[in-house]
Design a protein around this ligand. Structure first.
Ligand code: NAP
Ligand code: ZN
Length: 351
């Protein structure tokens, strides 16, 4: 076991604070990583504050990890000491059920193990990336091919894959009109990736002051979703909508914009349900509502390589570890452009 510094929540309503934790010895299949940067996902906040009612404490959030490999086990062939590596939302899965065999470990029938908060169906806690180091099975470690701007690569490990995976699943590409709802961490990656896939991207926001940014990030049009006239102009016209909103809201206003047979996929995970959508809006156009969870390890590597090739990183605001509680408050006000990333070198200043 080795000691490492971390920031942890001890209960739903205590601020995150310094905690010394233990990492396991490097086993034959393990990669040890010194964490350089960790992105701040809204899921971190949902978990730290027990909004999904399943948090194990102490809770060390963080699942957008980029760092340097410091040790490898004897079976590890594809990483070496000194490599830059990434870790996303998962650190293990059963490896034998049919989704695992297909490489979609996020749908593991026995429950993947989250980078934090342990196995999804319950079990021993795991402690995430708001820490100096982590030890992870090589199967769940990603290669980073970006040459620089590594802090801005970190959010690809969750925000990037959570938007890339449904965009691929629903075969988004040239000639399609695609909506992205919410310009936060996930949404801004969705805009960049869908635009790079060749789609005509329309960004829906509740924040009129994000209009210029959305256009710069790759949206062809921006719609303020609180404005009924702007919304009505797009009725029945979308091939696909990806909804990243982190709070319950009226889904009908977006469902009405889908064409016949088109789908809106929800990736936002609010702590209480959306109001039930109008069934007539669905049945008269055979519209579909779907969900999507992060992405498998192979697809995460594909996304990282796609982003490296297309020069895509996240738009970030770097923060010291000590500012995490203020960052959470700003995230709740949609005051993030567009992902906070923690500079993990600052963690030792709290020691
Ligand atoms: P975020 O940075 O806080 O962005 C969420 C955006 O939603 C905000 O920037 C805002 O955009 C919009 N929004 C917030 N409150 C709203 C409201 N009341 N009504 C309408 N729009 C609102 O969060 P994130 O990190 O992107 O995460 C988004 C959600 O996805 C969270 O619930 C998170 O837990 C979840 N998530 C799911 C997966 C998955 O695998 N499915 C993975 C990661 C995260 P505008 O200002 O543009 O309106
Ligand atoms: Zn996340």
């Amino acid at each position: 076991m080795s000691k490492t510094l971390a920031y942890a929540a001890q209960s739903p309503d205590t601020p995150l604070a310094l905690l010394e934790i233990q990492r396991r010895e490097v086993g034959p299949d393990d990669v040890a990583i010194d964490i350089l940067y960790c992105g701040v996902c809204h899921s971190d906040l949902h978990t730290a504050r027990n909004e999904w009612k399943n948090t194990l404490y102490p809770s060390v959030p963080g699942h957008e990890i980029v760092g340097t490999v410091t040790a490898i086990g004897r079976n590890v062939k594809h990483f070496k000491v000194g490599d830059i590596a990434g870790v996303g939302c998962m650190v293990d899965s059963c490896q034998h059920c049919s989704p695992c065999a297909e490489g979609i470990e996020q749908y593991c029938e026995n429950g993947f193990t989250g980078t934090y908060n342990g196995p999804v169906f319950g079990g021993e806690n795991t402690l995430g990336g708001y820490s100096s180091s982590i030890v992870v099975n090589q199967k769940f470690v990603l290669h980073i091919r970006h040459k620089d701007n590594l802090a801005a690569v970190a959010p690809l490990l969750c925000a990037g894959i959570t938007t890339y995976s449904p965009l691929r699943q629903w075969k988004v590409g040239p000639g399609q009109k695609v909506g992205i709802v919410g310009l936060g961490g996930l949404g801004h990656m969705g805009v960049k990736i869908a635009a790079a896939m060749g789609a005509y991207v329309v960004l829906f926001t509740t924040s009129p002051n994000k209009r210029e940014d959305a256009l710069r990030l790759g949206a062809a049009e921006v719609v303020v979703s609180k404005n009924p006239q702007e919304m009505a102009a797009h009725a029945n016209s979308f091939d696909f909508i990806l909804n990243t909103v982190a709070a319950p809201h009226d889904l009908n206003q977006f469902l009405n914009l889908l064409k016949l047979d088109a789908t809106m996929t929800l990736v936002g995970a609010p702590d209480s349900p959306h109001p039930s959508p109008n069934v007539f809006g669905l049945i008269f156009k055979r519209r579909r509502i779907a969900g999507s969870l992060i992405g498998g390890i192979a697809e995460t590597q594909e996304m990282l390589d796609f982003c490296a090739e297309h020069n895509i990183v996240s738009d970030i605001e770097m923060i010291p570890m000590q500012s995490i509680n203020q960052a959470y408050e700003r995230m709740l006000k949609s005051d993030v452009k567009y992902r906070f990333v923690i500079d993990m070198a600052t963690l030792k200043q709290s020691a």
